[in-house]
Design a protein around this ligand. Structure first.
Ligand SMILES: O=P(O)(O)OC[C@H]1O[C@](O)(COP(=O)(O)O)[C@@H](O)[C@@H]1O
Ligand SMILES: [Mg+2]
Ligand SMILES: [Mg+2]
Length: 338
């Protein structure tokens, strides 16, 4: 690593400095948000190092427990969950925590409580952990109405009320992609410095893409509209299929290259597979902030109002024009219905 070259770069923007710059635009801000984000960043660094050495540290394989989704938990699911819960509570800025791995929402002790609710998927793409394929962490942040009287309604809010959302990709490089409302930025972890540096400023998804990402293995259970999604309306050649099976990796590629990521509802899973609060909402928020769209097959994903913390939803997200075509497909199918 040519540190001298790095040191001379004027844009040596760390994620902390970026968030502080954002904070300075809000004179009323007390820095709570910045402190919360710095603890999420710490959690991501910890999980990144654990993922990188999973095979060495005997972090491969099952933990021997089953989570509320009925999924067998991987050791890294459990470790990542513990790391984020500890980091979020020790920030002293959180009030309610919702994790994919915990059946119930956690209400932080009043003595150590803050104003933010964090919904998160500590380790996304669990099926890929043991084969060292890219995985990630997904999070969304809401504000509690009254931190002295927090209720589940503070998290069962539509996604459009999110204050911020992001994900951390543990892939060939470790990247944290974040939006606090103004645009989407990407930060790459410099392993030597241990710092996330700004490498992708103001990410904008291409208006149209050549790639679609879906588990084609479910195609047999799809309805007619879903089966048509990969075929561009203009009759040009079908999009190319790319599917990692980790939502973070598939959405990250979609955000940078354009196209569609989808996990549609089907005969087998009438509500789709992905969870509204800590998968669908954060990714939909980022997609919209980057100029794309997120659609459930019926409505704008961020307008959904979840009834339970582990609700699932069908989801199509990606390039603006591609999602417009999918919305037209579903609208046409709706019109044809008797
Ligand atoms: O194996 P399938 O049915 O294609 O599902 C893959 C999807 O499930 C997930 O792995 C679910 O997330 P978790 O790994 O966090 O449970 C997504 O990352 C991914 O998009
Ligand atoms: Mg997940
Ligand atoms: Mg998970």
């Amino acid at each position: 690593m040519d540190h001298a070259a790095v040191a001379h770069r004027t844009d040596l923007m760390t994620i902390t400095r970026h968030v502080l710059n954002e904070q300075s635009k809000h004179p009323e801000s007390r820095g709570d948000f910045t402190i919360l984000l710095s603890h999420i960043v710490l959690g991501c660094k910890f999980v990144c190092s654990a993922v990188n050495k999973a095979g060495l540290a005997k972090l491969i394989g099952l933990a021997g427990e089953t989570n509320v989704q009925g999924e067998e938990q991987k050791k890294l699911d459990v470790l990542s969950n513990e790391v984020f819960i500890k980091a979020l509570i020790s920030s002293g800025r959180t009030c309610i925590l919702v994790s994919e791995e915990d059946e119930e929402a956690s209400f932080v002790e009043p003595t150590n409580r803050g104003r933010y609710c964090v919904v998160f998927d500590p380790l996304d793409g669990s099926s890929n952990i043991d084969c060292a394929v890219a995985v990630g962490t997904i999070f969304g942040i809401y504000m509690v109405k009254d931190k002295d009287k927090p209720t589940l309604d503070d998290v069962l809010q539509p996604g459009k009320n999110l204050l911020a959302a992001g994900y951390c990709l543990y892939g060939s490089s470790c990247m944290l992609v974040l939006s606090t409302g103004n645009g989407v930025n990407g930060f790459t972890l410099d392993p030597a410095l241990g710092e996330f540096l700004l490498t992708h400023l103001d990410i904008k998804i291409p208006k149209k893409g050549k790639i679609y990402s879906v588990n084609e293995g479910n195609a047999i259970n799809w309805d007619e509209s879903t089966a048509k999604c990969k075929f561009p309306k203009d009759g040009s050649s079908p999009k190319s299929l790319r599917y990692v099976g980790s939502m973070v990796a598939d959405v990250h590629r979609t955000l940078l290259y354009g196209g569609i990521f989808m996990y549609p509802a089907d005969k087998k899973s009438p509500n789709g597979k992905l969870r509204v609060l800590y998968e669908v909402f954060p990714m939909s928020y980022l997609m919209e902030k980057a100029g794309g769209q997120a659609f459930t097959g019926k409505q704008r994903a961020l307008d959904l109002v979840p009834e339970n913390i582990h609700d699932r939803s069908s989801i199509f997200l990606g390039s603006y024009d591609d999602i417009e075509e999918i919305k037209a497909l579903y609208a046409a199918a709706e019109e044809k219905k008797p």
